[in-house]
Design a protein around this ligand. Structure first.
Ligand code: DQA
Length: 158
């Protein structure tokens, strides 16, 4: 089982950008914590960050047949990108959308969300801890997929 974590524009600036909104934690620290959880649960994990919409679309497409789950913070593209939305929809993998800040309490232009309707769920407003919550959610989904596959295999044997 493999989870791919996709981080959108300016998230490479975490720890520097608007600490009052996003906190002091760096992206590498967030990823190190996620990696620990993945290792403890015997799941493979890959991290990808890009400031470019097309690169994010390419990465999502690469996940088809390669990964079993996506955790994505599309950052500002959340509010604008039909291309990223369509890519998530195209690969039809379980996807959990994360936002560090509570986008619902912020500016009007952040109220539009192109990504959420094609995701399994959203984690919003928990700060960097939201990535941990998304990991917990994704591991639960992975367990459910595994259990369903095992049940199907047993049925075929019977
Ligand atoms: C964000 C919220 C977006 O509106 C913003 O453009 C970001 C980060 C968040 O994690 O809270 O870059 O996705």
């Amino acid at each position: 089982m493999k989870i791919v974590v996709i981080q959108g524009p300016n998230l490479n600036m975490l720890g520097i950008r608007e600490q009052n909104i996003y906190g002091p934690m760096k992206l590498e620290q967030i990823h190190a914590q996620m990696k620990d959880v993945a290792t403890q649960n015997g799941v493979e994990i890959e991290f990808f960050q890009s400031n470019l919409e097309g690169e994010i679309v390419d990465k999502i497409q690469e996940c088809y047949g390669e990964a079993q789950g996506l955790i994505i913070n599309a950052a500002a593209y959340t509010h604008t990108s039909i291309a990223i939305r369509d890519a998530i929809s195209a690969v039809s993998l379980p996807a959990i959308e994360v936002h560090i800040s509570n986008i619902h309490r912020r500016e009007e232009f952040r109220q539009k969300n192109m990504i959420a309707p094609v995701c399994t769920s959203s984690v919003v407003g928990f700060g960097p801890f939201g990535y941990h919550l998304a990991m917990m959610g994704m591991l639960q989904i992975m367990n459910e997929i595994k259990a369903a596959q095992e049940a199907q295999a047993q049925q075929q044997q019977a």
